[in-house]
Design a protein. Structure first.
Length: 508
């Protein structure tokens, strides 16, 4: 049964990073198989966490007509925890069909891990990991006969790899459900200049290094090839390594799904340390689409956004991953994974991943830029933070909180649009799922879900006015359409100074 991975192709994403002086490909967002019926071991549940889908089927029967979708019957989506999947209770009114009643409230060991590797000319390549037997198979989605063993215990059969990978150094991290394949091919290294003028292209055959502040100056264009990795050194104060693309400059970082552009740390890329927050600074873009609320860049006030062109174009960020970032240079000067100050709507920002930031994942001050397909995890402060009148549209925002504070924080006279979002709160110190911070804050929310699994006093939507008591939310510029709030939290869904107003708008 486990060779037929046809329906997993939309559920997982491959990411490439560097580890130590070796090239390492990391494959995450894995889907899981569990045998859920103790009386009938041929009954399986397929849990696809990246798209929040759960299917059941009989072993060996995995065509479309054989699958029964049951995720809507649970009060919240199953939680993966270091090799186990735990299912919540049934949602009120659910019948428990399709095996849901058998799984409700129980935890199961994961039997198989399925991960998409990459798209090749023959189709979509997948990896199947059966950790009980220490076996790894590789093959094409929808073509079970192509799946062959590439690793069986200590026996390595690289000739069976359709992606031509070397499985000698295969490893699997059960905590994150991430597979890593490390190759011995080292890349030459080259340090970026502190000031980039004219045109410069970063090629994927080198590891590019950020040592201190690197500025792409006004009038310059920095182009980064798909599959390129840029690594920043650690350090604080004047030793902080980060990149600023100044107003009037462009960054063309146009990666692909199979060859993303990766910003990471030298601790991971050269020293071989484990990924962690705060290992380098981050990426900042300054634009010409600011408003009167936007101040000089808080980390370095020598950089000030312009306010002359709301359609300003700072370039392209597409299929870009920003990892292990976020540094406090000094008090109140905190670098996020991705910072955008007054960036205009002519800029393309699509398919962005920020993972492990020691501040916010993404923060925007003013600007009109639109963002699409954004995935954020592992931050120590807010995950997505908008300030000072940001008025763009954010489509398909996916956030899973395990640490830090709010999934989304909004402040200033701000009322952005969020169209398509999935927020899963599995851990949060304060501020809830979406935080209306201060006065005259609004927003338009549609086609989204908040799964609040944190039992605290903040809830899915939290608001706090400047004086801490008044109801000052911008009700005229706040709306909800097709927004679902669920999860295991027994607390109130709306809390804070404007809870009643926001809940009333939600219930309209």
């Amino acid at each position: 049964m486990y060779f037929k991975s046809k329906f997993l192709a939309r559920s997982v994403v491959a990411a490439s990073v560097l580890s130590g002086s070796l090239y390492a490909a990391e494959f995450a967002n894995t889907s899981f198989y569990v045998a859920y019926d103790s009386a009938d071991k041929t009954q399986y549940a397929l849990v696809m966490r990246s798209v929040n889908k759960v299917y059941t089927h009989k072993a060996g029967q995995i065509q479309a007509d054989d699958l029964t979708q049951i995720d809507s019957q649970f009060s919240s989506f199953p939680v993966y925890d270091n090799g186990q999947l735990c299912f919540s209770a049934l949602k009120e009114g659910a019948m428990g069909d399709g095996g849901a009643s058998a799984m409700a409230g129980k935890c199961y060991d994961v039997n198989f891990y399925y991960t998409q590797k990459e798209v090749i000319s023959e189709g979509v390549a997948f990896m199947l990991y059966y950790d009980t037997a220490e076996k790894v198979y590789e093959g094409l989605a929808g073509k079970p006969d192509t799946f062959l063993a590439v690793k069986d215990g200590e026996t390595i059969s690289n000739e069976n790899s359709i992606t031509e990978d070397n499985y000698t150094n295969f490893s699997f991290d059960h905590a994150t459900a991430t597979a890593t394949i490390t190759d011995s091919a080292a890349k030459p290294q080259e340090a970026l200049p502190t000031s980039i003028t004219g045109t410069m292209t970063l090629t994927k055959d080198k590891l590019w290094l950020i040592d201190g502040l690197v500025v792409v100056e006004s009038g310059a264009t920095l182009t980064i090839e798909p599959g390129t990795t840029i690594a920043g050194y650690d350090g604080t104060g004047e030793q902080t390594s980060y990149m600023i693309v100044d107003k009037g400059a462009k960054i063309i970082a146009d990666g692909t799904e199979t060859e993303p552009i990766v910003f990471t740390s030298t601790k991971v890329a050269i020293d071989g340390e484990a990924p962690a927050v705060g290992q380098w600074g981050g990426l900042t873009i300054i634009g010409n689409a600011a408003n009167e609320q936007v101040k000089p860049y808080e980390v370095n006030d020598a950089f000030v956004a312009g306010n002359t062109d709301m359609e300003d174009n700072s370039g392209i960020l597409r299929h870009v991953k920003i990892l292990n970032s976020g540094i406090t240079m000094e008090t109140d000067k905190e670098i996020n994974g991705l910072s955008m100050v007054g960036v205009g709507s002519g800029t393309v920002v699509e398919n962005i991943t920020v993972d492990l930031s020691d501040d916010d994942g993404i923060e925007l001050w003013g600007g009109t830029v639109n963002l699409t397909n954004v995935n954020i995890a592992g931050c120590t402060d807010d995950y997505f933070d908008i300030d000072d009148g940001f008025s763009g549209t954010v489509k398909n925002l996916n956030i899973t909180t395990t640490t830090g504070n709010a999934a989304v924080e909004m402040s200033g006279t701000t009322h952005a649009t969020f169209d398509g979002f999935n927020i899963v709160q599995n851990g949060s110190a304060k501020e809830g799922g979406i935080y209306f911070k201060g006065d005259v804050v609004g927003g338009h929310f549609m086609n989204g879900t908040i799964a609040d699994n944190v039992n605290d006093t903040y809830g899915a939507f939290y608001s706090k006015s400047a004086d801490g008591t008044s109801d000052t939310v911008d009700a005229a510029n706040t709306s909800f359409a097709n927004v679902t709030i669920d999860g295991t939290s027994a607390g109130a869904k709306f809390t804070g100074t404007s809870a009643a107003t926001l809940e009333g708008i939600y219930n309209q």
